[in-house]
Design a protein around this ligand. Structure first.
Ligand code: A2P
Length: 285
């Protein structure tokens, strides 16, 4: 794959370069755990760190970034707006609070975390539009280099695009073998929106899949690496998460092998394992 190479980037539609593998931090406790994991990840070569207000670990993530000693501009940092916040002013305040917790003066990417929060279930279309205006303001003023959404299905995206001046650059969705969300992926492709994959290992569930294990043996790789390389070859950006140093390293070693087209097709057709997370349209939060 000529567009996949070590420390390579995908290009967002506003020309911002985003490192091809991100380090996910969901469920990583704040404080030392998050700080150490992020520092290890950066030492292992990750330059892209993904957090969110609701992970409650932005302070630790920021500390890990500083502990790494790598200059800020060499890193790509994402955070997300949580579901209890919508609307123009409230969004700007929440963004500012995330920046303060991270102790950064800009973000590389800011995402609306879920499309249809419980608190705004019936008015989500209007409130997302107001929220998006704040995102556009943050982009225009340079507080963030790219803006996007997470867990948006085409129905949520279509509502947003009715009034959006800027098309989201990213949609971060659950994506792994056995859960490929073809309609959402097709929508994103059509609008030049990069798909980022959360839980690219199916929250660890896929690591026992016999076919993926078999491919691991065939390519001399771990099952996790097969899932992540497959994701990259599909043109999507995987966000593996681990607190285990050896796995953190392993999950970035994806650039010196290639899955054949034939084997890609076999993985594409693996039995549907379903989502491991919530249904974006009916999440209970
Ligand atoms: P741990 O954090 O204890 O290392 P996903 O990203 O799909 O949500 O999966 C995350 C889960 O997979 C975590 O429980 C993590 O465990 C585990 N995991 C991450 N990378 C690997 C790997 N290379 N091999 C085995 N398990 C992994």
């Amino acid at each position: 794959m000529e567009n996949i190479h070590e420390n390579g980037t995908f290009q967002l539609h506003n020309k911002v370069e985003i490192p091809q593998v991100g380090f996910g931090t969901w469920q990583m406790p704040d404080g030392e755990t998050a700080a150490d994991a992020v520092m290890h990840a950066i030492e292992a070569g990750y330059t892209h760190i993904d957090t969110a207000a609701v992970y409650h670990n932005e302070i630790g993530v920021g500390a890990g970034i500083r502990m790494s000693g790598v200059p800020r501009e060499k890193l790509f940092v994402t955070s997300k707006l949580w579901n209890d916040v919508r609307g123009y002013e409230e969004t700007l305040k929440a963004f500012d609070a995330s920046l303060k917790r991270l102790a950064l003066d800009y973000l590389d990417l800011y995402l609306i975390h879920w499309p249809r929060p419980l608190a705004f279930r019936d008015t989500y279309q209007e409130v997302n539009r107001e929220t998006w205006k704040a995102f556009e303001y943050l982009l225009e003023k340079g507080y963030v280099r790219a803006i996007g959404v997470s867990n948006f299905l085409p129905v949520h995206m279509e509502a947003l695009l009715k009034t959006a001046q800027v098309i989201p650059m990213v949609d971060q969705i659950e994506f792994h073998p056995g859960w490929m969300q073809p309609e959402t992926v097709a929508f994103c492709k059509e609008h030049d929106i990069l798909v980022e994959a959360w839980s690219p290992l199916g929250s660890g569930k896929l690591l026992e899949d016999p076919k993926l294990k078999e491919f691991g043996q065939k390519y001399g790789r771990s099952t996790a690496q097969i899932c992540l390389r497959w994701c990259l070859q599909k043109g999507h950006l995987p966000l593996p998460k681990s607190v285990t140093p050896v796995r953190i390293k392993e999950n970035l070693q994806l650039f010196d092998f290639q899955i054949s087209q034939e084997d890609m097709a076999v993985i594409d057709k693996l039995e549907c394992v379903g989502r491991t997370g919530s249904d974006p349209d009916n999440a209970k939060f």
